[in-house]
Design a protein. Structure first.
Length: 350
């Protein structure tokens, strides 16, 4: 069978692309198309499709989503690769590799500083063969707040698990680092459903503190979190009491008894993380949740702060990969893990 690969028209090919994903990958959510493909504040996605020449059926696709970064004090666009898939019956014809190469060849035309992504294990082999480099592995950590759900897995009887979890929770509470943090009446927090000019102020004044940082303006954050069609996010924002200035924030969502952190950011990390993490954990201990989960890649000092507060490391998860022009002035530094801060909200999936 013969195939062709072409750059898709995001309006004209809308129904065909959606039909491809829904037919071949039922977990793919149709609402993502308008939100992530079409309404990205930095421009609509670029997408390539593989078609059979005979009947022009879409049998493969890949997408690249624009993402703005501040690199050494200057703003650049980069491309977040995602949604690479090929129909099962067409996977032995090199279509995934050819789709990936089309996107890589487009990087110069789009004036992207680099391409990054978080492929699954099957896609990772193809991606490395195409010329990407592994930056590292995304880390997933967990902090237990209440133990009953975990005790019940060992002791199913409800009244016994409740009795046993009491002293365990007491130990968790009394030994926790957040109990020892002294706010000294310096900070106050607000739970927000959206982002305003205070987040723009934080983003503008803090860029100079980092060599590399994905955009965190109010415009971007509202699109990524407030307008997300799948998940209801909230933001725990920490302010100075005297001046009312936003110091740091943590965006999260709750699913059942689990809290997942979508993003965290502050004017100068890791220094600002002690009051943010401690205040957030103290607040969450009063909520009906059992654990908090953080997914992150980047500066290990940030991850160490969460470990100091009792977050336990899980095994390595997906790799994060990068492709960049070797002639760029910042090429070597963007391959240093210490310069990165990549949270769940930086990805194209939760």
């Amino acid at each position: 069978m013969e195939y062709k690969i072409r750059k898709a028209d995001m309006v004209e090919d809308r129904e065909g692309i959606i039909a491809f994903w829904k037919t071949n990958f039922p977990g793919w959510q149709e609402e993502k198309y308008d939100w992530f493909y079409m309404n990205n504040p930095r421009g609509e996605a670029d997408c390539w499709v593989a078609e059979t020449i005979e009947d022009e059926e879409i049998v493969g696709a890949i997408a690249c989503f624009p993402r703005r970064f501040a690199i050494d004090g200057k703003e650049h666009l980069a491309g977040l690769g995602g949604d690479l898939g090929v129909s099962k019956e067409h996977r032995q014809h090199g279509l995934a590799m050819n789709l990936r190469k089309e996107m890589m060849n487009y990087m110069g035309k789009a004036n992207y500083a680099f391409l990054l992504g978080t492929p699954n294990d099957r896609s990772l082999r193809i991606t490395l063969k195409a010329g990407y480099t592994i930056l590292g592995r995304i880390r997933r950590t967990t902090r237990i707040l209440h133990s009953k759900a975990f005790v019940k897995k060992v002791v199913p009887l409800d009244f016994i698990s409740r009795i046993l979890s009491g002293p365990i929770d007491f130990i968790i509470r009394t030994s926790a680092k957040e109990n020892r943090f002294r706010n000294e009446n310096r900070y106050k927090f607000e739970i927000l459903d959206s982002f305003d000019s205070r987040f723009d102020d934080l983003w503008k004044r803090s860029q100079k503190n980092y060599f590399l940082m994905g955009e965190r303006s109010a415009d971007y954050l509202n699109w990524r979190f407030t307008q997300c069609p799948f998940t209801k996010f909230k933001t725990f924002a920490l302010f100075e009491k005297d001046e009312g200035k936003l110091v740091s924030y943590l965006t999260y969502w709750v699913e059942g008894s689990i809290v997942e952190i979508g993003d965290f950011y502050g004017g100068k990390m890791p220094d600002c993380l002690d009051p943010l993490i401690s205040s957030f954990l103290l607040y969450m201990r009063g909520e009906p949740v059992d654990r908090v989960i953080l997914t992150h890649f980047g500066n290990t000092q940030y991850q160490q702060k969460f470990r100091d507060f009792g977050f336990k490391m899980r095994p390595d998860q997906r790799a994060i990969i990068l492709f960049a022009d070797q002639s760029s002035s910042y090429y070597d530094r963007i391959f240093e893990q210490s310069n990165w801060h990549f949270s769940a909200g930086d990805n194209d999936v939760q």
